[in-house]
Design a protein around this ligand. Structure first.
Ligand code: SF4
Ligand code: SF4
Length: 95
């Protein structure tokens, strides 16, 4: 939630600073993803409402990659993944 001007002023006067707004978790792809076994699957891409799952060519076939800045942490990809390979992480936010 955004700070009101009064709260910002109070934090400043008390020597505190606004806390970093918390960022949503980001999807992370695990090794159980079917594409690592050469099995074609794009369920996560089809389920993602923001286009945060992109497929890139790799040895053995196309593999998914998460565009962290486009990921809202909604978890739809995780629900759709038949390999249970998608998880949400609060730590990794590297594009
Ligand atoms: S968590 Fe939501 S926004 Fe992020 S990649 Fe999965 S479906 Fe897309
Ligand atoms: S839905 Fe799961 S198994 Fe399929 S490509 Fe995405 S992460 Fe891999």
């Amino acid at each position: 939630m955004a700070e009101t001007p009064d709260l910002k002023r109070r934090n400043f006067l008390l020597g505190g600073f606004a806390a970093e707004p918390s960022r949503p978790p980001v999807a992370v792809i695990g090794q159980s993803c079917f594409t690592f076994q050469g099995i074609a699957c794009m369920s996560c891409r089809d389920a993602c409402p923001t286009g945060a799952v992109r497929f890139e060519l790799a040895v053995g076939g196309a593999r998914p990659r998460i565009i962290a800045d486009a990921c809202t942490g909604c978890g739809d990809c995780s629900q759709a993944c038949p390999a249970n390979a998608m998880s949400l992480s609060n730590i990794e936010r590297v594009s």
